[in-house]
Design a protein around this ligand. Structure first.
Ligand code: XMP
Length: 326
C-alpha cells in the first residue's frame, strides 16, 4: 500500500463503508502474510486496538499481540486489554507486567526529556526481548494512521513511544489503517465490535502517566495520580462529558503544601485538573466545567485519594501552557 491517500478514496463515515474497508483489508492482509505470524505491540489505544481486531479477523491466532504494561497506564487499562482481546476475542495475547523494570529505571530521574527517553527505550527493549523469544514471527504490525505519516516531523518524533525494534529483522510491515484519519479508525473499531470506551478513548501520551507525575516518579505519588485520574474520568462520564471534552486528566506535581485533614495538619501533594479542547493539539482552549461538578471532584479526590490535600484547575490555554505538564 502506498503512503499517499488517493484523492478518490471515500471518507469512511458509515457502518457499510467500514464493513467494505474491513473486508478489503482482511483479504489484503491474508494475501500479504499467508500463514506466517505477525507481531503487534498492543497498547490498548484506539489505533493498535483496531489493528488487533482487524488482524484477528484476518489471521486469528497467527497474530501475536504483546501488551506491555510499563506501570504508567491508567487505572483499569491492562485489565481492559486482557478482557477484550484475550477473553472476548480469544486473541493470542502476551501480557507483560514490566512495572518494576520501568519504575526502577526511572527512579530519581526528574528531567522530563530524560524520563521520556528512558520510557521509550525501555519499551523497545522489552518488546524486542519478547519478539526474540517468539522467533518465528515474520511480520510486524503497526497502528500507523494517516496523520502520523503527514506529521512525522521533529515535533512528533519524541511523541512516539516504541517504534520499530532496532535489531530484529522482519519480512515486512503490516499497516492496515495507515491511510485513515482518526474518525475513520473509530468507525472501523465500532464495526469490529470494540467497546465504546476503547473506540472513543481520549488521546493518551505514550509515556503515559509518567509525564503527569512530574519530577522524579515515586510509586505513592503515581498511585495518587492514577486514582485521581480515575475519579476525574468517572465524574466526567457521569456528567456526560466523555467524548465532548477532547482531553482531561490530572497531574500530581512533586511538591507538598500544608493543609488540614480530619482535624489534623496534613502535608501533602496538590492535584491539578486539566480539561482542554483542541482540533489538532497545536493550540488548545480550556473547557468550562460547571462549578458544581468541579466541587464534587475536589471533594472526592481530597477524601478518597491518599496523599492529596488540595485540588486546582489549570485555566491556562495552549499557548502559553502545553497540554501536558512535561
Ligand atoms: P503538548 O503537551 O505538547 O501535547 O501540548 C499535545 C498532545 O500530544 C500528547 N502528547 C504525547 N503523545 N507521546 C504521545 O504519544 C508523548 O510523549 C506525548 N506528549 C504529549 C498530549 O497528550 C496532547 O494530546
Amino acid at each position: 500500500m502506498a503512503d499517499v491517500r488517493p484523492e478518490s478514496m471515500e471518507r469512511i463515515t458509515t457502518p457499510e463503508l467500514a464493513k467494505a474497508f474491513i473486508d478489503e483489508q482482511v483479504e489484503a492482509v491474508k494475501k500479504q502474510v499467508g500463514d506466517k505470524k505477525v507481531l503487534l505491540a498492543l497498547s490498548g489505544g484506539v489505533d493498535s486496538s483496531v489493528v488487533a481486531a482487524l488482524l484477528i479477523k484476518a489471521i486469528g491466532k497467527n497474530l501475536v499481540c504483546v501488551h506491555v504494561n510499563h506501570g504508567l497506564l491508567r487505572k483499569g487499562e491492562p485489565e481492559q486489554v486482557i478482557e477484550v482481546f484475550k477473553n472476548q476475542m480469544d486473541a493470542n495475547l502476551i501480557y507483560i507486567d514490566a512495572t518494576d523494570r520501568f519504575l526502577d529505571k526511572l527512579a530519581g530521574v526528574a528531567e522530563p526529556e530524560k524520563k521520556r527517553k528512558i520510557i521509550g527505550e525501555e519499551f523497545i527493549r522489552v518488546f524486542e526481548e519478547e519478539a526474540r523469544k517468539l522467533q518465528d514471527v515474520d511480520f510486524l504490525a503497526q497502528g500507523t494512521i494517516y496523520p502520523d505519516i503527514l506529521e512525522s516531523g521533529p515535533v512528533k518524533a519524541h511523541h512516539n513511544v516504541g517504534g520499530l525494534p532496532e535489531d530484529i529483522h522482519f519480512e515486512g510491515l503490516v499497516e492496515p489503517i495507515k491511510l485513515l484519519f482518526k474518525d475513520e479508525v473509530r468507525v472501523i473499531g465500532r464495526e469490529l465490535g470494540l467497546p465504546t470506551g476503547m473506540v472513543e478513548r481520549q488521546p493518551f501520551p505514550g509515556p503515559g502517566l509518567g509525564v503527569r507525575c512530574t519530577g522524579a516518579i515515586t510509586r505513592d505519588r503515581l498511585e495518587a495520580l492514577r486514582e485521581s485520574d480515575a475519579i476525574l474520568r468517572e465524574e466526567f462520564a457521569k456528567a456526560g462529558l466523555e467524548g465532548k471534552v477532547w482531553q482531561y486528566f490530572t497531574i500530581v506535581p512533586d511538591y507538598k503544601s500544608v493543609g488540614v485533614k480530619n482535624g489534623l495538619r496534613s502535608f501533602e501533594w496538590p492535584c491539578i485538573i486539566r480539561a482542554v479542547n483542541t482540533k489538532d493539539a497545536m493550540t488548545a482552549t480550556i473547557e468550562e466545567i460547571p462549578y458544581s461538578l468541579l466541587a464534587k471532584i475536589v471533594s472526592r479526590i481530597t477524601s478518597e485519594v491518599p496523599g492529596i490535600n488540595r485540588v486546582l484547575y489549570d485555566l491556562t490555554p495552549k499557548p502559553t501552557g502545553t497540554i501536558e505538564w512535561e
